[in-house]
Design a protein around this ligand. Structure first.
Ligand code: NAD
Ligand code: IPM
Ligand code: MN
Length: 383
């Protein structure tokens, strides 16, 4: 038996509920894998601010740095909206990403079987949507200096810097993914206006020459936002800078039916950080109504990309698909007169499917459809 240390950061709002849901599934998926999960829970965000006076306590950070992987719920609390930047819940998450050095944020979005028509798109347009946004996560406008705010003077500054190496390393992740998928990489920028984007484009082209099997195209971010609605199925891997990736990934959530569906993996050279794309959804918090699929699929990414457990990861993904095929829906996906189930009931059904398949008990009626997730990130090439 080997042990895997998972630092669990439930955070704020619906964070604790979806994290609990994901942990139950994670335990079930690893129950027979020969890996023992050693989980420890730590505060972050508004919860940490109340407990320790800071959104990222030292104890939380050191536990994450010492872990094999980090599972996070969400941060954000309207009660903290008036706090100065360094005390905001979001600042805790940004500091954690920076400290872990997780520069590549991988956000897959896929039209799941049974959810045709769940989003605002006509089913024939949404069908076949299967893309991955690779968002640069530790640079750009989010971290650029100088930055300042002087409300009295009426001035504010943010800066959008990128260095060649920052673009190169995240581009490598995106190209490796594209190579393992359908071989199309769309690099999204604003090179008609921003110098940073001109550098971005040139580095992406340079990295692209090492991947002759991947077709590279460049698209302006405004045009990409439109194309995602008009023809989302044509995209494969979308590579973009921090802020553009933040915006486009919420759009992708809407396109597949709910932001609550999207998982993410933030990868660097140390432990990975796995969290749903959505935030703390304050209006849903504490009501057992949030969709746990984003968190559960983040746990699957943790298994595959964080612990190298591709089998258990696929088990979780198939279980989610089967529970949807059986008709279970949380409130965000329920349509018409169809009833919905709560966060914990949905997660329990997924855990039960995992248990059933893991035990090798074939169900009389098997709705199983392969998820075909992006797959493990192949190791960096020695070129
Ligand atoms: P949000 O993602 O919390 O919610 C956006 C919309 O999606 C809301 O309508 C919400 O009800 C819905 N939604 C979100 N998660 C859902 C789920 N699991 N199931 C069903 N519906 C879901 O974004 P927001 O409202 O702009 O922000 C709320 C707070 O969360 C803010 O403080 C923000 O800074 C923070 N935030 C945190 C993260 C993160 O922790 N990674 C991400 C985004 C926003
Ligand atoms: C996300 C969130 C965060 C971001 C916030 C909470 C700092 O919106 O993970 O998408 O902007 O990166
Ligand atoms: Mn976001």
């Amino acid at each position: 038996m080997t042990a895997a240390r998972i630092a669990v950061l439930p955070g704020d709002g619906v964070g604790p509920e979806v994290t609990r849901a994901a942990l139950g599934v994670l335990r079930e998926a690893t129950a027979r894998s020969g890996v023992v999960l050693e989980t420890t829970s730590h505060p972050i965000g508004g919860a940490a601010l109340r407990l320790a006076g800071t959104p990222l306590p030292d104890g939380t950070l050191s536990a994450c740095l010492a872990a094999d992987a980090v599972l996070l719920g969400a941060v954000g609390d309207p009660a903290c909206d008036g706090e100065p930047r360094e005390r905001r819940p979001e600042t805790g998450l940004l500091r954690l990403r920076k400290a872990l050095g997780v520069y590549a944020n991988v956000r897959p979005a896929r039209a799941l079987p049974g959810l045709d028509g769940a989003g605002p798109l006509k089913p024939e347009i949404a069908r076949g949507l299967d893309l991955v946004i690779v968002r640069e996560l530790t640079g750009g406008l989010y971290f650029g200096e100088p930055r300042s705010l002087d409300l009295e003077a009426g001035t504010a500054v943010n800066t959008l810097p990128y260095r060649r190496e920052e673009v190169e390393r995240v581009a490598e992740v995106a190209f490796r993914l594209a190579e393992a998928r359908r071989g199309l990489l769309t690099s999204v920028d604003k090179a008609n206006v921003l110098e940073t984007s001109v550098l971005w484009r040139s580095v992406v082209d340079e990295v692209g020459r090492r991947y002759p099997g991947v077709k590279v195209e460049h698209q302006y971010v405004d045009s990409c936002a439109m194309a995602l609605v008009l023809a989302p199925a044509r995209f494969d891997v979308v590579l973009t800078e921090n802020l553009f990736g933040d915006i486009l990934s919420d759009e992708a959530g809407a396109l597949v039916g709910s932001l609550g569906l999207l998982p993410s993996a933030s990868l660097g050279d140390g432990p990975g950080l796995f969290e749903p794309v959505h935030g703390s959804a304050p209006t849903l918090a504490g009501r057992d109504v949030a969709n746990p699929i984003g968190a559960i699929l983040s746990a699957a990414m943790l298994l595959r990309d964080g612990l190298g457990l591709a089998g258990p990861a696929a088990l979780v993904e198939r279980a989610v698909v089967r529970v949807l095929a059986a008709g279970l829906r949380t409130a965000d996906l329920a349509t018409g007169t169809a009833g919905s189930v709560g966060t914990s009931a949905f997660a329990a059904a997924v855990a039960e499917e995992v248990r059933t398949e893991a035990r090798g008990v074939a169900k009389a009626e098997d709705h199983s459809l392969p998820m075909e997730p992006p797959g493990p990130l192949p190791a960096s090439r020695d070129r």
